[in-house]
Design a protein around this ligand. Structure first.
Ligand code: DOR
Ligand code: ZN
Length: 358
């Protein structure tokens, strides 16, 4: 990474980074896919595409068709590559996962505990049900991506990640010691500690929003549906643990936005959907956090190196530039009939994204 004086104005700094990847994205389908695809494609070379469509992506054939729809929705000039995932269910055949992975269609499998979040009703009710699939994945070196929350109604929502570690993840790691696992969108210091204490085959993604907000943001002066996501933001001490992890330089932590667009009407409702739409200013948001932590020198590794190394994929050779320029996040984005509120709406960020080397 180079941080240098801008050659034109002579005063503003700029960051030139290897083009990053987003290791956790919800791009949806149909009109929503059309509305959101380019926000991700313009910043990221590749993205791990979540399979929680309705119905979920559970076959290589469905994943290939979905990949084609994503490619058609993204502007060709961005040269964007979607990496597809398979949604694990209680009855999924290990053979389908193996064939899909060997054919280069599936990059990873996603574990949603049943009913943990949006479109997860077909998820896994008991981890034992997917042991044959995990066996095959371990053998092939195929990563398991985990939504790490228990779903029991009697467990406090703020404790569901920590309890998942105790009850499920510890068991999976013990029974499949060589399985590559990405603990997605970690939100607690327990999750950070678990990942740090595990072997090199256990990593985690960290979102822009969990680095910037704690749970107070959901209730600031009233109910703030655009700060509601799952796993829900936790106490400040957890946010600080995430900041330390992301900026530590440890190869176990990498960028995954969990951008999860829902139309405003679906968010601002008596039963609002979980999900934060952060794709439009994702890299700017991470840069703000790394700058506040005095760790801009660690941003490129977190955004562009740790992820591909964990997945065993080549690093991108293209570059992107962030210039030290103010940018105001709009209040609304998207088409008039399906408006979206972006993360940090109305706020000013100190870094502006440019595609190639500006
Ligand atoms: O907040 C979330 N939104 N968390 C998830 O796990 C799913 C996602 C979505 O698909 O909307
Ligand atoms: Zn997600």
């Amino acid at each position: 990474m180079t941080q240098s004086k801008d050659p034109i104005s002579g005063d503003a700094d700029r960051l030139v980074l290897r083009r990053p990847d987003d290791w956790h994205v919800h791009l949806r389908d149909g009109a929503m896919l059309e509305a959101v695809a380019n926000y991700t494609a313009r910043q990221f070379a590749r993205a791990i595409i979540m399979p929680n469509l309705a119905p979920p992506v559970t076959t290589a054939e469905a994943a290939e068709a979905y990949r084609a729809r994503i490619m058609a929705a993204a502007d060709e000039a961005y040269d964007f590559t979607p990496l597809m995932t398979c949604y694990l269910t209680d009855t999924l055949d290990a053979g389908e996962v193996e064939r899909g992975f060997e054919a280069g269609v599936f990059t990873a499998c996603k574990l949603y505990p049943a009913n943990a979040t949006t479109n997860s009703s077909h998820g896994v009710t008991d981890i034992a049900n997917i042991y044959p699939v995990l066996e095959a994945m371990q053998r092939m070196g195929m990563p398991l991506l985990v939504h790490g929350e228990v779903t029991d109604k009697d467990i406090d929502i703020f404790d569901r990640e920590a309890v998942f570690i105790e009850r499920v993840l510890t068991k999976v790691v013990r029974d499949f010691p060589d399985l590559k696992i990405v603990f997605e969108h970690v939100t607690t210091d327990e999750a950070v500690a678990f990942v740090m204490a595990s072997g090199a085959n256990i990593a985690a993604t960290i979102t822009p929003h969990h680095l910037r907000i704690n749970r107070n943001a959901i209730f600031e002066g009233g109910l703030r549906p655009h700060h509601y996501c799952l796993p829900v933001a936790k106490r400040e001490k957890h946010r600080l643990a995430l900041r330390r992890a992301a900026t530590s330089g440890s190869p176990k932590f990498f960028l995954g936005t969990d951008t999860a667009p829902h139309a405003e009407a679906a968010k601002e409702s008596a039963c609002g959907c979980a999900g934060i739409f952060n794709a439009p200013f994702a890299l700017e948001s991470y840069a703000a956090t790394f700058e506040e932590e005095g760790a801009l020198d660690k941003l490129e590794a977190f955004a562009s190196e740790h992820g591909p190394r964990f997945y065993g994929l080549p690093l991108n050779s293209a570059k992107v530039t962030l210039k030290k320029e103010e940018v105001v996040v709009p209040d609304h984005l998207g088409p008039a009939d399906a408006r979206l509120t972006p993360f940090l709406a109305g706020q000013t960020l100190g870094w502006k994204f440019f595609g190639g080397e500006a």
